[in-house]
Design a binder for this molecule. Structure first.
Ligand SMILES: [Zn+2]
Length: 72
C-alpha cells in the first residue's frame, strides 16, 4: 500500500462522482490496494482510454519526422 499517496489523496465522504472517478483512476496507477468499485470501473476505464489516446496522439506528433530534415 502506498501510504504516502493515500496521505496526499484523501477522498472525502461527500466527494462528487467525478472526484471519485479521478481518485480511482489515479489510485489504480499509484497503489491499487483495493479494486475500483464496479459502479465506477466503466467510467474510470473510459477516462483512462481517453487520456491514453491523447497521450498516444501527442507522442506520435512528437515522433513525426519532417522529410528532408533527416539527412546528415
Ligand atoms: Zn491504495
Amino acid at each position: 500500500m502506498n501510504r504516502d499517496w493515500h496521505r496526499q489523496h484523501v477522498l472525502g465522504q461527500h466527494a462528487s462522482r467525478e472526484d471519485r472517478i479521478a481518485w480511482h483512476a489515479e489510485h489504480a496507477r499509484e497503489c491499487a490496494c483495493r479494486p475500483i468499485p464496479e459502479s465506477l470501473a466503466v467510467e474510470v476505464a473510459q477516462r483512462d482510454a481517453a487520456s491514453a489516446g491523447a497521450g498516444a496522439a501527442s507522442a506520435a506528433d512528437a515522433a513525426r519526422v519532417v522529410p528532408g530534415n533527416t539527412a546528415p
